[in-house]
Each structure stands twice: as C-alpha cells, then as structure tokens.
Design a protein around this ligand. Structure first.
Ligand SMILES: NC(=O)c1ccc[n+]([C@@H]2O[C@H](COP(=O)([O-])OP(=O)(O)OC[C@H]3O[C@@H](n4cnc5c(N)ncnc54)[C@H](OP(=O)(O)O)[C@@H]3O)[C@@H](O)[C@H]2O)c1
Length: 375
C-alpha cells in the first residue's frame, strides 16, 4: 500500500486571507497591507539571520578553537581500567627529585587540587614525607592511588617482600595500588654490581610480586623501563598475574610511537614518565613551536598541551612539580581538537628520539638497557 499522502492545498496562500465579500478597494487595501507585512517579516528574518551569521563569524575569528575545546572538555579519560578491574587515575603527581622538605607540600597541594594518584618509588627516598602528607590530607585511602617501585637491589626473591614492607611502612599504608619492577636490571645485594642471571630472567622476581598480590599487600603489579623484547621475555613465562602497566619515558622528545602501538595492540597500559622532558628538557618541550602554537590557539599553557596530549594518546601521565601553581596547572587537561592533536603527534614523531633517562653507562651495564643503540 502506498503511503496516504495528505492532499496539497491548491490555494495561493495570499488568496486565503482575502474576504470575498469585501469591496474591490478594501480587497486591494487588504492585499497591499498583507504584502507589506509579508515583506516586513521577510526583511526581519533576513536581518536576524545576517546578525547571527556575523556574530558567529566574529566569535570564530576571536577564538577559533575554543568552541572545539569546550565541546571536548569532558572527553579525556579521568581513569583507565586495569585487568584487575581497578580504575587508575589518568593524571598523577610524580615525586622523583621532589626533595625532602618540599615533597610533602607538593603532595598536599596536589590532593587539594584534586589529584588522587601519587607516583613514587623506594629509591626516591621521600616516601615517609609523602606518607605523612597523605595521612594529614584527610583524603581516605580508598580514594587514593599509590604507586611505588621495587629497587634493583631487591630483585632476589628473598628480598622482594621486605623491600615492599619498607615502602608500606614509610608510606604508612597497608597496601599499594600498584607496585612496579623499577628496572629490568637486578643488582647484587647491597651493591650496584649487576646480577646477570636475574637481569636476564626476571621471572623469579615477578613470582614474588605475584605472591604479594595474593597476600593482598599489593593490588596490581607492573614493570617499568621494559622494551618490547624484555616484556616478551617476561610474559613468555606462565604468569599468574600479567603486568598491569609499563612505566616508560614518553615525551615530546621521546614519544615512542612503536612501543605505544604495540602496547595498545597487546592491552598493556603505558605510563608516561618525564612527560614534560624532565628537568633537563622541560624548557625545550614547553618552547617547541608546535606546542606553543597550540597553546596560543587554545588559550591553555604549553604544559597543559603536552599533558593533555599524553592522555589523548591513551597513556597515564605523571608530571612532577613542587611549584604549587604548576601542580594545579598540570592537573587541568583538555581534549585537543583532532587536527591539533595530529599536528602535535606529527611534530613529536618527526625528529630523532632523545631520551633524558638512561643509566646504562653509569651502571656499567655494557649494553643499552633500551636497545636503542645496539652495541
Ligand atoms: N620509572 C622510572 O624509571 C621513572 C623515571 C623518571 C621519572 N619517573 C616518574 O615520572 C615523574 C615525572 O618525571 P620527571 O620528574 O622526570 O619529569 P617531568 O615531570 O617531565 O618534569 C619535571 C620538571 O618540569 C618542571 N615543571 C613541572 N610542571 C611545569 C609547568 N607546568 N611549567 C613549567 N615547568 C614545569 C618541574 O619543575 P618544578 O618541580 O620546579 O616545578 C621539573 O623541573 C617522576 O617524578 C617520577 O614519578 C619514573
């Protein structure tokens, strides 16, 4: 059955308003006044449309991308879900090189600004002050995400649990949300001499970390500074718990697109350390022309551009600052309009990669721990 269309009116709309009983003069008058009114309405509609168009064009000229930014404000993830089901906040305060005497205030500022994720490590030698600031903040433990890392001297299976216990005691907490193997390098006990066997095969260390999960002292475990080959070397073993994250250097200077693509394909979340280029390269990062252009276009700071870019790439980001205004600034991230995100991605991946953190030489490894420079 064809659809029952409504019969269209054959009347000329102008004639509808004409009273057939009126005189020709009055008909003419009423026709004239109707035409005038119709014209007036048409002029008003056109004028309204014109003003609307001009206002919009003027706003666009003043802040071409702000409207895009506003639309996207809420679309960056605030958390990622780990294989355990735990939700890890996407922005953390990093506390490496936040010295004792200033790290506590930085943590306090961060928690007041809304951070709920602190990225620390036993080797940063500031866990007691971090713990004290957390305790005094009044933020409940359940609301917080605390990460610490197993230092290289404690990879021997018999040392792993006591190393964790020391961090727990210093941080004054019953459990960690995330415990990472800090480096794919094991030192012999109380030395900086490399334990070649445990370095080549980190599985015995990992098994102890798995036990800590079973005991409830740690909710998630992961690795740090592992390249693809080293992750595969570990995960080739019959793991009970897969690494939840890999914390690596990711910045404008060292964006590691291949590692990021591989991690996404394999469901492994990356955490971006030294995201601003660390203290050695921070100025160069913030002054990079691509970063500057986007910051000006969007009316946000260069640090916010970079930190937002990291989250938009799908990683956790761990900016460190002990400067209160920067701690706050770094927490406010914005989804970049797609074209600007791509511009930054292209700029970051179009120069030779440059790492800030690589202790291979100072540890006397005799090889590059990242295999960037095969020897
Ligand atoms: N797993 C690992 O092996 C490893 C290695 C390195 C780092 N990390 C983690 O990643 C975190 C961050 O890395 P990072 O500390 O090397 O470097 P980063 O966060 O890239 O940079 C820190 C530097 O940037 C400055 N800064 C921060 N925010 C700024 C802003 N808005 N404007 C201008 N300058 C700003 C800081 O100065 P102020 O503090 O003076 O404000 C500091 O000098 C560490 O704290 C640590 O938690 C892990």
């Amino acid at each position: 059955m064809p659809p029952a269309y409504k019969q269209l009116s054959t009347h000329d709309p102008e004639e509808v308003s004409v009273d057939p009983t009126s005189s020709p003069t009055s008909r003419l008058t009423s026709r004239l006044s109707f035409t005038a009114v119709a014209r007036l309405i048409a002029v008003m509609v056109l004028a309204y449309a014109g003003v609307r168009f001009l206002t919009r064009a003027a706003l666009k000229l003043r802040a071409p991308c702000h409207s895009g930014l506003q639309r996207n404000l809420s679309s960056l993830p605030t958390h990622y879900t780990l294989p355990s089901g735990d939700k890890i906040p996407s922005v953390a305060l990093g506390v490496w090189q936040a010295s004792r005497g200033e790290v506590g205030a930085a943590v306090t500022t961060a928690l007041q600004a809304g951070y709920r994720h602190i990225d620390g490590a036993w080797i940063y030698r500031n866990e007691e002050e971090v713990g004290q600031a957390i305790r005094e903040s009044g933020v409940s433990r359940e609301e917080l995400w605390i990460t610490s890392k197993l230092w290289n001297t404690f990879h021997a299976p018999e040392d792993v649990e006591s190393a964790l216990d020391d961090s727990l005691k210093k941080l004054d907490t019953q459990y960690l949300d995330l415990y990472l193997m800090h480096w794919p390098v094991a030192f012999k006990k109380d030395t900086t001499e490399v334990d070649k066997e445990l370095t080549a095969n980190p599985y015995p260390t990992w098994q102890k970390l798995e036990e800590l999960v079973e005991k409830g002292k740690v909710r998630n475990i992961g690795v740090s500074n592992f390249n693809i080959a080293r992750i595969q070397n570990l995960t080739a073993n019959p793991l009970k718990v897969q690494p939840a994250v890999n914390q690596v250097e990711l910045s404008y200077w060292n964006p590691q697109p291949e590692l990021l693509a591989w991690a996404k394909e394999n469901g492994l979340l990356l955490e971006a350390y030294s995201p601003l280029g660390s203290n050695k390269q921070v100025k160069e990062s913030l002054e990079a022309p691509a970063v500057q252009t986007i910051a000006k276009q969007l009316g946000i700071t260069p640090a916010q551009v970079i930190i937002s870019w990291h989250v938009q790439r799908g990683t956790i980001v761990l900016p460190k600052s002990v400067t209160p205004s920067r701690v706050e600034e770094n927490y406010h991230i914005f989804a970049l309009p797609e074209d600007l995100f791509e511009q930054l991605e292209t700029a970051a991946t179009s120069h030779p990669p440059l790492r800030v953190v690589n202790p291979s030489k100072s540890w006397g490894l005799g090889y590059d721990v990242f295999d960037d420079y095969p020897q």
